[in-house]
Design a protein around this ligand. Sequence first.
Ligand code: PMV
Length: 319
Amino acid sequence: MTESTGQTAIAHTNIALIKYWGKADSALNLPTTSSLSLTLNEYFTKTRVEEAAEDTLLINDLPQDSQRVHDFLNVLREEKGDFSPVKVISENKVPLSAGLASSASSFAALTAAVAKYNGWDLSLEELSRLARRGSGSATRSFFSGFAIWEKGSNDHDSFAHEFNVPDLPIALVVCKISGTVKKVSSSDGMRRAQTSPDYDQWVAESAKQLDEMKQALSQGDLDRVGQLAEANALAMHDLNLTATDRRFTYFNQNTMKVLEQVKVLREKGYLAYATMDAGPNVKIITNQEQAPAIKDFLVERFRKIQFDIATPGPGISYE
Ligand code: PMV
């Protein structure tokens, strides 16, 4: 059998150290704040785009009917010119249980594969801008190491770029607390968080934290990086708890217990700070030297939770 013509792109997922949590325009996915992330080596999505009779999607060998992907393919057609229907074959190596946004690597890989398939010669920034329409966090998955998604003010100037810093031995201990599908989607969570009386304050504080984070990263001050990331994440989750429209939390009992142990680890002299996204899983920011000992410490205390160590990863690539 001859293989049909197609293109494959690989995008790694990213973890935000300064979060995106709110939209200024929900149709265009324009954010209320700029955000900063670390691309991760261990988790990625590999997506192949092939010629087909109609747009179809296969994720990890299972056919999916995703309106979000159909809509996104049509956004790409409107933006860059029509192309015939495609079959999208995606291999997702971001375990649901890791609590890392698979939408980030999925929409980044899809954007890059479609662009390459159609022979569009686009910069990483333009790919990032396009991927934003699929998922905001995808803007940051084109770049190796650290990336900043500049919020911009319109569809043309809201995209991410690489943030170059001297090599940092940063690592994450990923605590896989729960793999169940989240009960509040990130879009719904953001909408509700934006009804918190503290929301404007969070937006203002986030801009300051981003500036400080850039400084801390440039100086290689991992302790400060961790402090800022934890403060930013906890404040994001406070917005959910103080939303006037159906307040909620992504945390469960184990989230609270692991957060408690992060404090214990710090008291013991470890570099350990927590960050959490739209789910109960905790990601502990540390350095590569201490990560294995932190993992062992937690394995001892939480027999039912699985732990992974993640390190900085590469930008977009093609096969
Ligand atoms: O773009 P989405 O829908 O994957 O939203 C991402 C939201 C957070 O993961 C919670 C924060 C972030 O900046 O990645």
